[in-house]
Ligand binder design. Structure first.
Ligand code: ZN
Length: 319
């Protein structure tokens, strides 16, 4: 029997640098929010307290009493054991095997449903964003790294070990650059902002001229500007990123055959919609499947709220 969606749902996006929390209503509209810095260097216990305090602020912002919410959701930056509510690993925070659902539940006085942040982002886009009402979707978020999510029959495929949808670490045929995970040649080494910058720096080291200043921290918007200015080195790197992304979507698509592919993340957002036909074209060139059934590609639409909204959605399902 389908359950009634709760009137208000609370969703938490726990990131390496910030905690972002939303309260959504039955239609998925954000009716309250709060955010603060994670301050992971202060340790696990303090971060849990910070999340709880910020959650109360978000409820207050929405004029919703704490007792009106029985379950909340949290998307955390690492693989999770969803059934046990354990965050298995969070490299950005230096955490291993933390019973986050239990500890945050105690601090907040409500049940907590734990998910992976990228998977929550994908779920948010399917519930109330770019892929609204699609029964199945594959989402790829191209930012500093490359994250992915697979949604089948409206539910996230978390996997037995929390690695469901980990598109970024598929061994890919695009060279053997070192990946942040310790392996070589992962898809993320080309299909991410980090990958694009590495390819541009490699080209410059080989004597090619780039319009992009790659010293220090480089914003995605600066990469997009160099591309718009006609920088050939930047164009080659972006082309390689798009080719890699299309290859990865094919790999997951051949398994999941989703209704729609959602493309998001900071790097994808600055390139925007013009990137989609090129990805579709590359997918069609990679596999016969996509020549016969042109893939439906959409840009993610929830932006910074996607993970928190998806976490709220997951809590509603678990209620
Ligand atoms: Zn990797």
């Amino acid at each position: 029997m389908p359950r009634k969606t709760p009137e208000f749902r609370l969703g938490i996006d726990l990131g390496g640098t910030k905690i972002h929390i939303v309260v959504i209503d039955r239609k998925g509209r954000v009716v309250g929010s709060a955010r603060t810095a994670t301050k992971g260097e202060r340790g696990y216990r303090i971060v849990v307290e910070r999340i709880a305090r910020t959650a109360l602020e978000a409820l207050d912002d929405a004029d919703v009493k704490r007792k009106a919410v029985q379950v909340c959701g949290i998307g955390a930056p690492g693989p999770v054991d969803a059934a046990k509510g354990v965050l298995r690993m969070a490299p950005n925070l230096g955490w291993l095997d933390k019973p986050l659902a239990r500890d945050l539940g105690k601090a907040l006085g409500m049940r907590v449903v734990l998910g992976n942040d990228v998977n929550c982002g994908g779920l948010g886009e399917v519930a109330y964003g770019a892929a609204e009402s699609a029964a199945s979707a594959v989402a790829a978020f191209v930012g500093t790294g490359l994250g992915g999510a697979v949604i089948v029959d409206g539910r996230v495929v978390n996997g037995a070990h929390g690695y469901g949808g980990e598109i970024g670490h598929i061994p890919a045929p695009f060279g053997d650059a070192m990946c942040g995970c310790g392996m070589r040649g992962c898809l993320e080494t080309v299909a991410s902002k980090t990958g694009v910058l590495r390819m541009i720096r490699d080209a410059v080291a080989q004597g090619r001229k780039s319009r992009l200043d790659t010293a220090g921290t480089v914003k995605s918007s600066a990469i997009a500007k160099a591309l718009a200015d006609g920088c050939p080195v930047t164009k080659a790197a972006i082309d390689a990123m798009v080719d890699g992304l299309a290859w990865g979507l094919c790999a997951i698509g051949n398994v999941a055959d989703p209704e729609v592919y959602v493309i998001g993340g900071g790097m994808a957002e600055v390139l925007g919609k013009p990137m989609l036909p090129r990805i579709a074209e590359r997918m069609a060139a990679t596999s016969n499947l996509y020549r016969r059934n042109r893939p439906r590609l959409v840009m993610a639409s929830l932006g910074d709220d996607a993970v928190a909204i998806g976490a709220a959605v997951a809590s509603g399902e678990a209620g």
